[in-house]
Design a protein around this ligand. Structure first.
Ligand code: NAD
Length: 327
């Protein structure tokens, strides 16, 4: 492809994707399906790979989330809240595994977890007491949602140990709560939310915490920031520790010594997806050993030690009344 043609296409993709990003991240009202966004984003990445000098600072490939523009106060994340690279096939998964192996010089264990379809949340504790809850925002500046977080039932406000700790996880709306909320809104002639992810984002980013309190949000916590201070050496250990501390940690996870185990896990949850009481949009692989994670490091946007395997878009709407599990 000619450089000029690529430049024009990139300009068009950037404008279009940035419009979608604003609607999705800031207004909680997506203009297109995730699969449409993902496809266009992959097109942009391919073109930027072919013409690296055409990458601009406002390209979605260089940006995490969006600059928060709500009336909520802003907080600065000491450790940036990054995005995540994604793959859509086993061939791409193998390429990721090869990259990891050649960077560290040997095969690695992976913590394999469900990719919960919600929004990232940071929780800061001082002396074991919850002092701040915030959204990811643009990765560096997030929104202060402390009062709202205090209304979420499965977030401990006091830990069993008086720790100074930051944990991160996913805030989501269970499918049944989403169905109830949209039903209620429809009956009242209000606009409905496009999906549980947007309902969760809209419900957490409220100025009035009473509104959040009625929305039945839930969380899964999956990251300890600065795990060394807690003497944790692997992701699996960190997840166990967080469960002991009282967080809701997803139990549908494994540690896999090879890619075969990862592929079997993916196949299993792709089948079970509709039966889960919360939305997932894929599976996350994380190099289990924190020392190796540190060695691999991050790009400006994503860690090199983790990747999301994204599921194909769901064909049919989930049948809510068949769900019997509870979160
Ligand atoms: P992402 O949502 O693809 O992946 C990163 C996020 O995964 C993390 O921030 C975290 O919140 C979450 N996550 C869930 N489970 C996790 C686990 N077990 N461990 C670690 N993290 C976990 O990345 P992103 O940059 O926030 O958004 C990109 C995605 O958002 C796109 O792939 C697209 O599907 C969607 N999007 C859609 C539109 C649209 O218009 N429909 C616009 C922008 C983005």
């Amino acid at each position: 492809m000619q450089r000029q043609v690529a430049q024009a296409q990139l300009q068009q993709l950037r404008t279009e994707l940035n419009k979608y990003r604003r609607a999705y991240y800031t207004e909680d009202a997506p203009l297109v399906e995730d699969s449409v966004y993902d496809q266009k984003y992959q097109q942009l990445l391919q073109l930027e790979k072919q013409f690296p000098d055409l990458v601009t600072a406002d390209s979605p490939s260089q940006l995490v989330g969006d600059i928060p523009s709500s009336n909520l106060s802003k907080v600065t994340h000491e450790v940036p809240m990054l995005s995540m690279g994604d793959v859509f096939s086993f061939a791409e998964l193998e390429e990721f595994n090869e990259r990891v192996k050649s960077a560290v010089g040997h095969p690695v264990d992976y913590s394999v977890e469900l990719k919960i379809d919600g929004l990232a949340l940071s929780l800061i504790y001082q002396q074991g007491r919850l002092v701040q809850g915030s959204t990811r925002g643009d990765g560096t500046i997030g929104e202060d949602v402390t009062n709202n977080v205090l209304t979420i039932q499965n977030i401990p406000q006091t830990l069993a140990q008086p720790l100074d700790l930051e944990v991160r996880g996913e805030c989501f709306m269970p499918k049944a709560a989403f169905a109830r909320l949209n039903n209620h809104r429809e009956q009242n002639g209000e606009t409905t939310f496009a999906n549980p992810r947007n309902a969760a984002a809209g419900s957490l980013r409220q100025l009035d915490a009473q509104v959040t309190a009625h929305r039945q949000l839930s969380t899964f916590i999956y990251t300890v920031v600065n795990p060394k201070t807690a003497a944790l050496t692997t992701q699996n250990q960190a997840l166990q520790k967080m469960a002991q501390l009282g967080y809701n940690v997803n139990t549908e996870r494994i540690v896999s010594h090879d890619l075969q185990g990862v592929k079997e896990y993916i196949a299993k949850y792709q089948n079970l997806r509709d039966q889960l009481p919360y939305g997932i949009d894929g599976v996350v692989l994380k190099v289990n050993d924190f020392a190796l994670q540190e060695q691999l490091g991050n790009t400006v946007k994503v860690p090199r030690w983790e990747i999301a395997y994204k599921f194909p878009p769901e064909e049919a709407q989930t049948v809510i009344h068949k769900i019997e599990w509870t979160v």
